[in-house]
Design a protein around this ligand. Structure first.
Ligand SMILES: [Zn+2]
Length: 403
């Protein structure tokens, strides 16, 4: 590696540590990164100069000598607008470096009724007040968008979002136009971003091998291998919901027969439980299950077994240490867990099966939204020295110009 590459890498490593771990003393930062004290001092000087970190005097300790200064990120100097376009809701949040959530709003919306045009207008309406309430000297470094659909990473193009009724929607470009913030808009699949959030801020932060399985209407999976997201050539990897689980099964919305989500998705659960489809129906299932309704519990057990069989396939494929269940599976995890474990045990080989823990998301319903913020933060961390985010003045100017 050339010297400037080493420096960029080290700057990123220091910033990432502070972003994920929170305030650290200089000496703890030195230990955590394995870099020497004078290198750390140089790197911190550079990160301070671009406004991303600050130091304050450490509290006097019991040991001899001056206490080590405490280093922390300045959240507002790298702020992100995070957006989640889910089937039953839109969520928008302003998030700062260090994972600080300034504001978060989630609004329900009728299923399948909104065009891409209406959706980006709704996002802009929700985002305006949130952006206006950020600290005056904030820097907006980007917009991160989680989409429940097959999304090309390079330009945020949604090829297909069957549960939104969208096909070939350039969502990043549309949002960039509507928001007019002068900041990049990055979009990715919601399960991939759920996996990223779980990897960084979930149950076991930093865990190197993880599979995130998200149940919305369909099933999505995001995979982290050796600490890196598994994306495939364009970002389409992880469409586990459309892998074969039952050759004798029913026709999927994708046109194929017996896809995993036809047996373990929301529609299968509602059908088995005798609950009509639609937004909010899951609460009904959860209430009936909590009340001990037998048909509902049997339906959950059936779906859980199919879910477990598919998870077993994923465990055999990826050898994860942790499989995290999000979305509807997180909400119903207490009831699903026994049959999921049973189904998974039927499929997995002993060695990978014995290593994998199956758990529900610790981040709750906002995992993908947090992942959307992390997607943008990854860019800042990859090259902090080039950080020169548009200031609030420029943002205001950009919005002014649009009027
Ligand atoms: Zn399918």
């Amino acid at each position: 590696m050339a010297a400037d590459e080493v420096r960029r890498h080290n700057l990123g490593a220091v910033l990432e540590r502070l972003h994920l771990a929170g305030p650290l003393s200089r000496s703890d930062l030195t230990k955590a990164t394995g870099l020497n004290r004078s290198t750390i001092a140089d790197l911190l000087a550079e990160l301070t100069a671009v406004g991303l970190v600050e130091e304050r005097p450490g509290a006097p300790g019991s040991g001899p000598g001056r206490p080590s200064p405490v280093v922390q990120v300045r959240p507002h100097r790298a702020s992100v607008l995070a957006v989640e376009l889910a089937v039953d809701s839109i969520a928008v949040a302003t998030v700062g470096l260090g994972g600080h959530v300034y504001n978060l709003v989630r609004v329900a919306r009728p299923r399948g009724r909104f065009s891409p045009e209406e959706t980006v207008q709704d996002v802009a309406k929700l985002a305006g007040p949130l952006l206006d309430s950020l600290p005056a000297d904030h820097s907006l470094v980007g917009v991160g968008v989680a989409v429940v659909g097959i999304t090309r990473r390079s330009d945020g193009f949604v090829h297909l979002a069957p549960n939104l009724g969208w096909r070939d929607v350039p969502i990043s470009a549309m949002l960039a136009g509507e928001l007019d913030l002068g900041a990049p808009v990055l979009a990715a699949n919601e399960a991939d971003l759920g996996a990223l959030a779980e990897h960084r801020r979930g149950r076991q932060p930093g865990i190197a091998n993880l599979v995130y399985v998200s149940g919305e209407v369909g099933i999505g999976a995001g995979v982290i291998v050796d600490g890196k997201p598994l994306l495939g050539s364009a970002g389409y990897a992880g469409e586990a919901g459309h892998t074969l689980i039952n050759p004798e099964g029913s026709v999927c919305r994708c046109g194929a027969i017996g896809c995993w989500e036809t047996e373990a998705g929301e529609a299968a659960l509602l059908r088995r439980a005798g609950v009509s489809e639609g937004a909010g129906r899951l609460s009904e299932v959860a209430e009936r299950a909590a009340a001990g309704d037998e048909r509902t519990l049997r339906a959950i057990a059936d779906v859980g077994r199919w879910l477990g069989l598919g998870i077993g396939n994923l465990i055999n494929l990826f050898n994860p240490d942790l499989v995290v269940l999000g979305g509807l599976y997180q909400r119903l995890f207490t009831f699903l867990e026994p049959s999921v474990l049973e189904g998974s045990a039927q499929r997995t080989l002993a060695a990978p099966g014995g290593m994998a823990t199956i758990a529900c998301s610790a981040l709750g319903p906002d995992a993908s939204l947090i992942g959307a913020a992390e997607l943008v933060m990854s860019r800042v961390i990859a090259d902090p020295a080039s950080f020169d985010g548009p200031g609030v003045g420029e943002r205001a100017g950009a919005r002014e110009g649009a009027r």
